[in-house]
Design a protein around this ligand. Structure first.
Ligand code: ZN
Length: 271
């Protein structure tokens, strides 16, 4: 139904961390330039969602960022804009313009999120935004009313600030979603939803990180095959970080009783 792969990044550059989701700025820039050289093109969210997509035969992908850290505006968006690439960033709406407190134990630094001014600036430059909930809690652990609040309030803020297009899509925190959450997402008005690697191809539970679709064999003349092989492995490694973060959380949850919300958020701030 939606043939293009979806690549998921979290944080580009900034302080080092103990977690697994930070990608160095030079690594990111090198990956994007190599993809552009190999003929890949990014899709807008609208192009990606179009049923009879004209991109079906091309080398296209949807590039997504979760969490909306301000380092995107410093290190990622300018690189993408230079290449004619775009991206969709899923914002934690209560944290826009604020400093996150859950990553402290990983980085010993409090990380800033994008401000509305930055979001509006890059949106005007052809970048896209969606919801990553209001406060980044693990939705399946919440009661109905809290889920509704996370999904509806976040969407309303986005639509009011950025227009209807920003209310189309959601990426569930930690990729955590079940049938009940899907019903809530539908009721809240979302048309597209992104889960973890285990997304089931339903329009509201799409998988990300399909790294196997990176066709590293079909390369332009002039790019050395070992360099392309290396790129493929690098991209696969990076993309799989989404999966690793989710897997660690699930493992931690299985081994212990669900921790208090504050600890859960701290432990899981990376997905
Ligand atoms: Zn997240």
């Amino acid at each position: 139904m939606l043939p293009s792969p979806v690549l998921c990044y979290h944080r580009i550059g900034g302080p080092l961390e103990l977690g697994v989701t930070r990608v160095g700025r030079s690594v990111f820039a090198r990956q994007m330039r190599a993809l552009a050289h190999a003929g890949w093109r990014t899709l807008s969210l609208e192009e990606f969602a179009r049923p009879q997509a004209p991109h079906a035969a091309g080398r296209t992908f949807l590039l997504t960022f979760d969490d909306g850290y301000s380092s995107l505006a410093e290190y990622a968006y300018p690189v993408l804009a230079d290449l004619g690439f775009t991206a969709t960033t899923f914002l934690i709406t209560d944290y826009v313009g604020k400093t996150n407190d859950w990553d402290v134990r990983y980085t010993w630094n409090r990380l800033r999120h994008l401000t509305w001014q930055q979001v509006e600036h890059w949106r005007a430059g052809g970048f896209h935004f969606g919801s990553h909930s209001a406060t980044h809690r693990r939705l399946p652990w919440l009661a109905d009313r809290a889920v509704e609040d996370e999904l509806t309030r976040s969407r309303e803020v986005l639509v009011n600030r950025l227009g209807p297009a920003a209310g189309r899509a959601i990426a569930y925190p930690f990729g955590a979603v079940d049938q009940r959450i899907l019903r809530h997402a539908t009721a809240a008005g979302y048309e597209l939803g992104f889960g973890g690697v285990k997304g089931n191809a339903e329009i509201l539970n799409l998988a990300r990180t399909p790294v196997y679709l990176w066709d590293v064999g079909d390369v332009p003349v002039g790019l050395r095959s070992d360099a392309i092989g290396s790129l493929g492995r690098t991209v696969a490694h990076v993309a799989n970080r989404c999966a690793i973060g989710t897997a660690i959380m699930q493992l931690a949850r299985r081994r212990t009783a669900p921790p208090p919300e504050s600890i859960a958020d701290a432990a899981a701030g990376h997905a």
